[in-house]
Structure formats: C-alpha cells, structure tokens
Design a protein around this ligand. Structure first.
Ligand code: AVI
Length: 324
C-alpha cells in the first residue's frame, strides 16, 4: 500500500491566493507592515533552517538541549499515542521527542503541520524511513486550518507541540486567540508542549537577529522576492536593508526592511501600486520574549495547566508541558 506523505488541508491553496488582502492592507498603511507568514516560501524555509545553525541564533540549540535532557520524562508523563507538531519545518528537534516515545511504545502517530510543502514532504519521507513502526503523515496548511482539521478528526489522546518560540511571532491579541483555539481543539487530558524564548540582555538578542553571516538579512529580504513571485511584483531587493532591533518596552525583537530610495512598486496580481520613500520601513516580524511564570499564568487562564516546565542553566529558553 502506498501511504501518501501529505494531506493538503482544505482551501490551503485558495487561502494563499486570497491572502493578498493582508498585503494590500499592510502596504497601504503607515507604518507599513507585512505578515511574517511571507518569510516561508520554499527558499525562506531553507534560510530559516540555516538561521537555526548560526552561532548567534541560540534558541534552536538551547531548546534542543532542553529536549535532550527531558524528552524521556515528557514521554513518561504523557504516554500519548498521537503527537502533533504545529510549524514543524524540517522536524529536526522532533526526532529527540520521537526517540523518547520509541523507548516506551511500539506505535505512535506523528502529524507534522507546516505551510511549506517542500520541506514538509522531505521531512515526512525521511522520518517514515527512520521510524518505520510509527504512522507519520504531514498536514499542509496554516495553524488555524490545522487546528480546525484536528478538532473534527479526533482518534486518541494527543500531545500538541509548538516549539521554537513561534508563539512569539504573534502579537498579544493573536497569541490570546491562538491559545484559545488550542485549548478548544484539545480534549480533557490532552497535553500541550510549548517552547518559549525568554527575556535576556539586548545585545544577545540583537546579535541573534543581525547575524554576522547576514543569513537573517537574506531571510528578511526574501519576503520581497516571495511577494514578487506570488503576486507578480517588481520589488528591487537592492533598494532595501535589513535591521532588527530589541524593543525593551514591549520585550520584543522587531524586524524591519528599510527603504533607501524613493520609488514605486507594483504587485500586478493585487492590482496594487505602492510608493516607498527613502527612509521609510516595513515591519516584517515581531518576536516576543517571555517571562516563564507570566506565560504559565496565561496558559492557566486558557485552561492549559502547567504540569512541569524546564529551562537551561542561563534561563534563556523555556519549555512548558501543560494539560487540558
Ligand atoms: C520562527 N520564529 C520563532 C523565529 C524567531 O526567532 O522569531 C523567526 C526568526 N526571525 C528571525 N530569525 C528567526
């Protein structure tokens, strides 16, 4: 029997076609903004994998270290049969979790969810080969689509995990409604494992998002290339410059593309012409940095009770295991 590696969630492609609306809105307002989802076309997803290996970008390494220390304990506590990962990317860290479950069970289902089809398919095929006794199947779609899908396809007890501090890319309101949706989707007794980047000195944070090899700069600028191919645009990438700064009032990294010349850009498929002026910028991402105890309280308010949380020696990154 041939097992398909992926399910394309309903309306995924349609959503991507329609979502130009948010580009029109973001580029028509002052200051201009773009959704961070435009980082992740196939090239952007590859660049993000490179970011994860940069010496300055500590979150991936530290979270992997915490998982290495505690994945066995997590598997022992939860003993779940269905593991679901939101925003799985290449699923590299996930293997630490799958290895831990392999020690305690013969069968497990793993569902990685991502918006980037190429990286999702490659990682599912690799994992199917590596874990032949596990059922591994990718879901191609956004977090929202995936949570709706999961809500109506309940098979067995679940652990949903959301690693890499991707929660930090939502603003406070988006974070709140995302956690509401998670809590509504899970059933009583299910688990939620969350990785969050914690507050730390500005110089460490700014170095992590302005790396010396300029991979993060390429990642940020790739948003414009993505808009060019998706919406028949004519952004000239050489007229923009990457910058990431830490906003100490809101405890968040902010990524910008600064425009260095007055010019017009058109996005044909959106029927949009935008004036960019020298010195103005587009905000492409926020990456919020959390306080562990405050986050636990916020989760608790959503009905996600912390069973245990772990951190590294410096307290730079936190991993929280909650139960509904
Ligand atoms: C995916 N996300 C959690 C990353 C972050 O750190 O906010 C995206 C990123 N942006 C720049 N570097 C990495």
């Amino acid at each position: 029997m041939i097992v398909q590696p992926l399910t394309v969630l309903d309306h995924h492609h349609q959503e991507l076609r329609n979502n130009g609306e948010d580009v029109i809105q973001g580029l028509s307002q002052t200051p201009k903004t773009l959704s961070p989802k435009y980082f992740y076309d196939d090239h952007g997803s590859q660049l993000f994998e490179k970011i994860c290996e940069l010496p300055e970008y500590y979150p991936t390494r530290i979270e992997a270290w915490i998982l290495q220390q505690y994945a066995d304990e997590i598997a022992e506590i939860t003993r779940c049969c269905e593991l679901i990962e939101l925003g799985s990317g290449s699923s590299t860290k996930t293997q630490i979790i799958l290895d831990a479950y392999q020690k305690i069970t013969d069968f497990c289902r793993y569902l990685p969810i991502d918006v980037s089809g190429k990286i999702l398919k490659t990682s599912v095929l690799e994992l199917q080969e590596k874990y032949p006794d596990f059922a591994i199947h990718g879901l191609l779609g956004t977090y929202e689509q995936a949570l709706v899908h999961l809500g109506s396809n309940y098979l067995q007890s679940r652990m949903l995990f959301f690693l890499g501090s991707s929660l930090g890319n939502f603003n406070a309101e988006g974070c709140d409604s995302f956690l509401d949706q998670v809590s509504r989707t899970l059933q009583p007794g299910d688990y939620f494992l969350l990785g969050v980047d914690l507050q730390k000195p500005k110089d460490i944070l700014e170095a992590a998002y302005n790396d010396s090899q300029e991979v993060t700069a390429d990642f940020n600028l790739n948003v414009l290339s993505h808009l060019n191919w998706r919406f028949q645009g004519n952004f000239d990438i050489s007229l923009f410059r990457h910058q990431a700064i830490y906003n100490e009032v809101d405890n968040q990294m902010e990524m910008y593309l600064h425009c260095e010349k007055n010019h017009y850009v058109s996005l044909e498929l959106l029927d949009l012409q935008v004036l960019f002026t020298n010195g103005e910028s587009i905000m492409t991402e926020i990456s919020r940095k959390f306080d562990l105890a405050t986050m636990e309280k916020q989760l608790d308010k959503k009905g996600l009770k912390t069973l245990k949380s772990w951190t590294d020696e410096k307290g730079w990154f936190g991993l929280i295991l909650c139960q509904v």
